[in-house]
Design a protein around this ligand. Structure first.
Ligand code: SAM
Length: 343
């Protein structure tokens, strides 16, 4: 079957095999794929792009992820923790600037106990009609449960790679099984759940990417972050090449035609090599963008990978800039919270 037919079949039946996906990933003809992904994005998500404010509140981390610049073995990195009221203050600023979602992200930092996170959630929810997304890694079921009761709406926890052996070698502190267990808990607790993976991890094959996309389907995700791996100079993977941006866009487009409804962000890692790739993602299925809103002194220390595009701007300047950019693309800035799209 030629790839055009495979694409049509995936769209019609929402079914795909590893072989189908690999064939599309290999094919040099990607314009039909991108066109269809854009069409389905329009059909399911409309022309609105959702802006999410992200507060990276701590770069302390108990994990050893081999690819990540804030892993605990990086002794050169200056560590920071925002205090609880400082986090709430910046959430308030973002809300005032018009953001409808606050993403609270950090390394796995257990200084922020269940109670501390509860306090932050409850205070932010009092600001108004605002969604909270947590992205703070693996925790106990009872932690996740309490934060849902407190008002957290969504949780992002990428599966990073569907290859169990590769996952376990890249994450010596944990296991693939535990990651998946946490993702299933989050779904069970009725969080709008996000997963995702990296393109270009050393040891990854096209088969792995196909399985990554199938795993997103199996987990029935509401959001998925797909971005290239960027080598960080202070990590064990520093000499490996950067993930391929074209392959990233294709994985994103296949996810859109196959799963249809999830919110798909254009990831910051896509803008590292070429700012244009961030824009391209909006034509291949993406409908979300996140902007950092914590103070610049912290932004530059939350260096999971080197990103020369981090500039000192106010929350308002940053928001204006992104809104103009969305308008120039002929799309609209959403005024809604951008919750999960129902089946
Ligand atoms: N600790 C939380 C967790 O594990 O979900 C959230 C923070 S973690 C730093 C956020 C994401 O950064 C990870 O899910 C991973 O995909 C991404 N990331 C880390 N290092 C990266 C790298 N070198 N290149 C691309 N993405 C990276």
């Amino acid at each position: 079957m030629d790839t055009r037919k495979i694409i049509d079949k995936i769209i019609e039946k929402s079914e795909a095999s590893i072989e189908d996906i690999v064939k599309i990933l290999i094919s040099q003809q990607d314009s039909y794929l991108f066109e269809q992904a854009d069409k389905i994005r329009k059909e399911y998500c409309g022309d609105e792009i959702h802006l999410r404010a992200i507060i990276e509140f701590s770069n302390y981390c108990r994990c050893d992820c081999l690819y990540c610049g804030i892993n605990r073995q990086n002794l050169h990195l200056k560590r920071y923790r925002m205090n609880l009221d400082e986090i709430i203050e910046y959430a308030k600023k973002a809300y005032k600037a018009g953001y409808k979602t606050i993403v609270l992200q950090s390394g796995e930092d257990t200084w922020y106990t269940r109670e501390k996170i509860s306090y932050i959630i409850k205070k932010i929810k009092k600001l108004g009609n605002i969604a909270i997304t947590l992205s703070i890694g693996e925790r106990d079921f009872d932690d996740y449960k309490q934060w849902k009761i407190d008002g957290a709406d969504r949780f992002l926890l990428k599966h990073e790679t569907s290859d169990e052996k590769l996952y376990n070698s890249l994450h010596p502190h944990s296991t693939f099984k535990n990651r998946i267990k946490c993702l299933k808990w989050l779904k069970k607790l009725k969080y709008q759940t996000g997963s995702g993976f990296m393109i270009g991890l050393p040891g990854q094959t096209l088969n792995t990417i196909a399985k990554d996309i199938l795993l997103l389907k199996e987990l029935d995700v509401d959001m998925a972050g797909i971005g290239p791996f960027i080598p960080h100079p202070a990590t064990k993977l520093k000499s490996y090449p950067i993930g391929d941006s074209k392959l990233t866009l294709k994985a994103l487009a296949i996810t859109r035609i196959f799963l249809k409804r999830p919110h798909l962000p254009t990831t910051t890692s896509l803008e590292v090599t070429d700012i244009k790739d961030r824009e391209n993602a909006f034509y291949t299925g993406a409908n979300v963008i996140m902007r950092k809103v914590e103070p610049y002194k912290y932004r530059k220390l939350y260096e999971i990978y080197p990103n020369p595009n981090i500039k000192e701007k106010t929350i308002e300047e940053e928001k204006k800039e992104i809104e103009n950019y969305i308008k120039i693309m002929g799309r609209k800035v959403s005024t809604q919270r951008g919750d999960a799209i129902d089946k």
